[in-house]
Design a protein around this ligand. Structure first.
Ligand code: 13P
Ligand code: SF4
Length: 314
């Protein structure tokens, strides 16, 4: 039970009523708490969320995810009100790419095309030629001429993965996500011994050794799709554990095991930023129409080009 605004089912009813009255669209990333995924109109990975935001006719978009997801929606829909449940829900990966430092990096390689992962601030997107997500990075890079010089930021693990599957030699920014970068190869190997038939599903934000032992490397949506179509009974899931909710819903007869992180003391396979959002905050955001995402007009005008380029190419 959450405090202040009643129990979960009452809250859900209030949210659904407000949503109708205000013509709002509630979107949720797969890493959101189960109860938020339950009330969302649309659940997806970062690519699907951006696509869905771009085509909505709702007056309000309530983005249950982290700040950069709200910003991406706002950049794509400047005339809509974009709300997020908690303004402090940031992203360690986006924070690992300071716009000023990135600008210097870009300036130091003037003949390079700049590709940035969607997990970046609007300021970084404004310095970018093409935005990508983990769901389309390979496809987009493969459309560029083989000799194109490319800067890829900020996730070094995703960058290494894309270099390995495309044979490119993109220059990588040294950023990482505090959740995906901390999964332990040793612990996953132990888990595999206990469950020899289990397939290993790995998000490309994880380190290279984990990518190498994976049966499938992919975005949250790609991992979900693989599990749905594959014939194994058990899976070790090496990404934020929120995805297990949708996996179990889609495949009730299969067993999904959340991979442990290096530090057994902490819930390191959970993104504390994603989990800042609660159902009560969703309700309050919709009721009070705050916190609202704002993006500087000039920054948004530059950033939208790199996001639209991604949507065209994927
Ligand atoms: P997806 O692109 O697979 O949604 O993952 C991005 C991510 O890490 C969100 O935190
Ligand atoms: Fe950012 Fe990592 Fe959390 Fe995704 S899981 S929102 S990349 S900190």
């Amino acid at each position: 039970m959450e405090s202040g605004a009643g129990n979960l089912s009452e809250l859900k009813e209030k949210i659904l009523k407000l949503k109708k009255e205000k013509n709002a669209l509630i979107m949720a990333h797969y890493y959101q708490r189960d109860e938020i995924q339950e009330i969302a109109d649309f659940i997806g990975d970062s690519l699907a969320l951006a696509r869905r935001a771009a085509e909505t006719d709702a007056d309000i978009i309530l983005m249950c995810g982290v700040h950069f997801m709200g910003e991406t929606a706002k950049i794509l829909c400047p005339d809509k009100k974009v709300l997020i449940p908690d303004m402090n829900a940031g992203c360690s990966l986006a924070d690992s790419c300071d716009p000023k430092e990135f600008e210097e990096f870009v300036k130091s390689k003037p003949d390079h095309t700049v590709i940035s992962y969607v997990n970046t601030s609007a300021d970084v997107k404004a310095l970018t030629d093409i935005v990508v997500t983990s769901g389309n990075a390979r496809k987009i890079v493969e459309q560029l001429p083989a000799d194109e010089k490319i800067i890829f930021g900020p996730d070094k693990n995703l960058g290494e993965y894309i270099n390995s599957v495309t044979g490119r030699n993109m220059v990588l920014w040294n950023g990482a996500c505090h959740v995906h970068d901390r999964f332990s190869l040793e612990k996953i190997a132990e888990l595999k011994k206990e469950h020899p038939g289990a397939k290993i599903l790995v998000h490309p934000e994880c380190r290279r050794p984990l990518q190498l032992i994976a049966d499938k490397v992919g975005s949250t949506a790609a991992l979900l799709d693989f599990a749905t179509k594959d014939d194994a009974r058990e899976y070790i899931v090496v990404t934020e554990s929120g995805i297990l909710f949708e996996m179990r819903k889609k495949c009730p007869d299969k067993v999904f095991i959340a991979a442990p992180a290096e530090d057994a003391e902490c819930q390191c396979n959970e993104c504390d930023f994603m989990k800042m959002n609660t159902l009560e905050k969703v309700y309050k955001a919709l009721r009070d129409e705050t916190p609202e995402i704002k993006v500087d007009k000039e920054v948004a005008e530059k950033a939208v080009k790199s996001i639209e380029r991604m949507l065209e190419m994927s």
